[in-house]
Write a protein that binds this ligand. Structure first.
Ligand code: AN7
Length: 349
């Protein structure tokens, strides 16, 4: 079968109008990669079946494309000319790409100095009007929520229900890829809490079983874990540097209903998981995307999650090339040698 995007494949599960012209970049259909080495490392001898849903392989390099195809399709259907979002970077790049594809004007508000280079570069390349604000994502979200009341502009943050509708297809794919069954645990990073809301909606709608949800927040940006708005969120995982998630209530509901839990992981734990994914599995992700693994490792260690014989899926939300700055900062310098075969041979000895 030719793959032509999540709306083509799963459109019958979404309330899209049949007259809507689908705007797609053939997003979705991302690999569910079974762990080769980390499962045994995380839980030796437990018979853990660990899988990674590699969402960094979407057209703009993150899971946001699943929701954006739906949000932009609907915006075009409703006759919008302009779309706007606040973003820590991935929503911006995704909105910019789908807007470009449909000829819409696109404005993105990003927190100055706190957006990873690959996301900024992509947003600019797709022709979005990138507005850098001297505030946080949360400040930007407040601004865009207000401006759409004053101007005829469509908001494409995950407060837009179509974003959730599109993103829930991730749950459908996981069930399909596991052969018609949901995992026991589903681990993912939580920022604005759109994705956890969407996955829970998707699992419920697909009726192939329900996982327990394990959410991960960065310890410097963990409002849901602490139950308090964080006014100055800070973390190396800039994607989830969010202090007042828009879908906070829905996330708590999903966590409760699933019998799941949410935990905070330190930047050090995130970067450790990030290194393990790359070095033990060949999966290069951005730091935020490693927080799901960090959370699982923490809770297995604490005895709060029993991995014995379990099927666990971790969503890797964004590609490693999104944040080359971190990769270069964290890695060793490349070795320098003269362009000479003897020098290489000497190095190997
Ligand atoms: C890689 O792009 O909020 O809990 O503005 O980029 O649904 O917000 C990004 C969030 C996880 C958290 N992993 O998802 C944005 C933005 C990556 C992300 C999340 C984000 P939500």
């Amino acid at each position: 079968m030719v793959w032509s995007g999540v709306l083509d494949k799963y459109g019958s599960y979404l309330p899209l109008a049949s007259a809507a012209r689908i705007i797609t970049l053939n997003e979705g259909n991302t690999p569910l990669v079974e762990s080769n080495r980390l499962a045994e490392f995380v839980a030796p001898g437990a018979g853990l079946k660990l899988y990674f849903k590699y969402e960094g392989l979407n057209p703009t390099g993150s899971f946001k494309d699943r929701g954006m195809t739906a949000a932009i399709t609907q915006a075009v259907f409703e006759g919008a000319n302009t779309v706007i979002c606040a973003s820590t970077g991935n929503t911006a790049a995704s909105a910019a790409a789908y807007a470009a594809r449909s000829g819409l004007r696109c404005l993105v508000l990003v927190p100055e100095g706190k957006i990873a280079l690959g996301k900024l570069a992509a947003s600019l390349a797709y022709g979005a009007e990138v507005i850098s604000i001297d505030g946080s994502f949360d400040d930007g979200l407040k601004m865009v929520r207000e401006i759409v009341k004053r101007k005829p502009i469509a908001l494409v943050n995950s407060v837009n229900p179509w974003r959730i509708e599109g993103q829930k297809t991730g749950a459908f794919e996981i069930c399909d890829q596991l052969g018609g069954v949901a995992p026991d645990w589903h681990c993912l990073p939580v920022g604005n809490a759109g994705n956890i809301t969407a996955y829970w909606m998707g699992y419920q709608q697909y009726e192939q079983g329900l996982p327990r949800l394990l959410g991960a927040q960065a310890s410097g940006a963990a409002p849901i874990v602490s139950g308090k708005v964080v006014t100055s969120p800070e973390t190396v995982a800039t994607a989830i540097r969010i202090g007042n998630p828009a879908r906070w209530r829905e996330a708590v509901q999903a966590l409760d209903d699933s019998g799941g839990t949410i935990t905070a992981v330190t930047d050090e734990e995130i970067l450790n998981a990030w290194r393990l994914l790359a070095k033990m599995e060949g999966l290069f992700v951005e730091p935020a995307s490693a927080s799901g693994l960090a959370a699982l490792m923490k809770l297995v260690n604490d005895g709060e999650v029993d991995p014995t014989g379990k099927r666990i899926v971790i969503v890797l939300t964004g590609h490693g090339l999104k944040d080359p700055g971190i990769a270069v900062r964290e890695a060793a310098e490349p070795l320098k040698l003269p362009a000479d075969i003897n020098a290489l041979e000497a190095y190997l000895e």
